[in-house]
Design a protein around this ligand. Sequence first.
Ligand SMILES: Nc1nc2c(ncn2[C@@H]2O[C@H](COP(=O)(O)OP(=O)(O)OP(=O)(O)O)[C@@H](O)[C@H]2O)c(=O)[nH]1
Length: 350
Amino acid sequence: MALIPATILTGFLGSGKTTLLKRILTEAHGQKIAVIENEFGEENIDSDILVTESKEQIVQMSNGCVCCTIREDLREALQLLAAKKRQGLLDFDRVVIETTGLADPGPVAQTFFMDDEIAESYLLDSILTLVDAKHAPQQLNDRQEARRQVGFADQIFISKSELVSAEETDALIHRLKHMNPRAPQQKVHFGDVPLKDIFDLRGFNLNAKLDIDPDFLKEDDHDHHDHDHAHGEACDHPSHKHEGHGHHHHTDDDVKSFVYKADRAFDPAKLEDFLGAIVNIYGPRMLRYKGVLNMKGTERKVIFQGVHQLMGSDLGPEWGKDEARQSRMVFIGIELPREILEQGLEQCLV
Ligand SMILES: Nc1nc2c(ncn2[C@@H]2O[C@H](COP(=O)(O)OP(=O)(O)OP(=O)(O)O)[C@@H](O)[C@H]2O)c(=O)[nH]1
């Protein structure tokens, strides 16, 4: 049986997850989607769109979607859904999991790798993170869960942008990009986003795409550690450095990212040893990392990625004839040992 694609929907409290899901469950889009929610009250799902009574753990929607409430754990809910699909009792093409606003999406993502039975039935497509334009600036300052949710994202949706000024939205976009440069950002109004922008993103899958804005890389060359304020934004934070770029920086966000680039090839054995040791020590703080590598001994790109301690790599397409064989890696995490990583990676080059 083909693997069932799974999407994890995360975002801080009130960021608009349920609003987005409700559209998925009610609109006539012709797709059969199973949604796993932590709980859904009557206020979430209108009773007239339910085909069966909401006392059940799994209910069918009038548009063919399925909603499954998790009372036990996620693993059991996923197994139950896969079993019902196999037996022909339920028909759906993909799964969306809504995490609670206070959850760290890491363990949810890891369920798909750690558990063999789950890995045999499902393929983790991507982690989508909703960010509330009105409240995120404060939430990101105050709450580590909110910052982690941004760090894990393969795609970021910004809700409620109509409630703030264009400048405020731009400042937020800028901040998010520094926390997670590899996730594209898109504004969404009351969950109105085409399904093609939600599904089959394959953000988690091994592929040769490393979505980093080239401008971010340029900027990163002279701004290694901090993110910028919007120009003219008043700030008197003591950790600011004034570097004469016409703007200043601060270090409030503990979720940070950096990009490592190298023009010489990596020695595969050295790199494996080094990364293995690094994730052993720093894994809990490493939210996401991903890279397209130039490896000695192969004409093909090597794609690697990981979440916390779990890491994998795969062969991608061949390097193009005129393409510079430059390795690029992005690391996203909390207080990452940037210098140790950079120096160690340097030692792994041939
Ligand atoms: N103005 C505005 N309000 C929105 C938008 N999207 C969602 N909302 C509102 O924000 C509130 C919270 O939305 P929910 O979808 O319940 O958010 P949630 O992320 O599921 O919240 P939790 O379940 O508490 O984590 C609701 O009143 C929504 O109507 C938007 O784009 N603009």
